[in-house]
Design a binder for this molecule. Structure first.
Ligand code: FMN
Length: 204
């Protein structure tokens, strides 16, 4: 199959990209509106970007009607967010927070998850997750299709990383398997970590 963006509708392009750029980590992003209303939603177009300064990126598309998603609006206005790593046992709660709730709805309540205070930023962490990254807004890149802004890439400056103690060994090394992180595949498919392998890099 060849997929040429010149003659492919954007929904089909999305499904093709989401099905082959896999497995994707999921940033379960907590923000606060300018009125102080908590918001929680998942984003899998997410990655680490640089370690100096430490930055991460999440990509948020506009809604089909062109309006900003609440997470994007909140980050633009309050400039802070928390990325929660999703353990597989919170998969359904995470998906529940992807509903297009109006901005006045506190999605922590809608998904039945508890909020716990963060240390360096105002938005809360999700209780029971194995790792969090507290971020301030470093930069925003607008992605345009012609003149229309369709999405934004938010670069988050990492202010603090907190990992649950049982995922860290006595040398301070993090065991990713202990996080039991959920990964996103295409459509409604998700995956857990499978068999791993260790490969040493060449010492040249
Ligand atoms: C696992 C998962 C990953 C998602 N990843 C993205 C993403 O990377 N970018 C995006 O714009 N929407 C993504 N969505 C959809 C948003 O979560 C959804 O639009 C949500 O309603 C946004 O909430 P908000 O308006 O409270 O910000 C994803 C949904 C799920 C279930």
């Amino acid at each position: 199959m060849r997929i040429d963006p010149q003659d492919t509708p954007s929904a089909k392009l999305y499904f093709a990209m989401a099905s082959i750029i896999v497995p994707r980590p999921i940033a379960w992003v907590s923000t606060l509106s300018r009125y102080g209303i908590p918001n929680l939603a998942p984003f899998s177009f997410f990655t680490g970007v640089t370690s100096r300064p430490p930055t991460v990126a999440i990509c948020i598309e506009n809604r089909p009607d062109g309006s900003l998603k609440d997470t994007a609006q909140n980050i633009l206005e309050t400039k802070e967010f928390v990325i929660n790593v999703v353990p597989s046992h919170l998969a359904e709660a995470m998906v529940a927070t992807s509903g297009a709730y109006p901005p006045v709805v506190n999605e922590f309540g809608a998904a039945g998850v508890r909020a716990v205070p963060a240390e360096r930023v105002k938005p809360s962490r999700v209780a029971g997750v194995p790792a969090v990254i507290e971020c301030s807004l470093h930069d925003v890149m607008e992605v345009k299709d012609g003149d229309e802004i369709t999405s934004r890439i938010f670069l988050g400056r990492v202010e603090l990383i907190v990992v649950r103690d049982d995922a860290v060994d006595e040398r301070g090394h993090i065991d990713s398997r202990m996080l039991d992180p959920l990964a996103r595949l295409g459509g409604s498919d998700y995956a857990r970590l499978g068999e791993g392998m260790k490969i040493q890099r060449p010492k040249v």
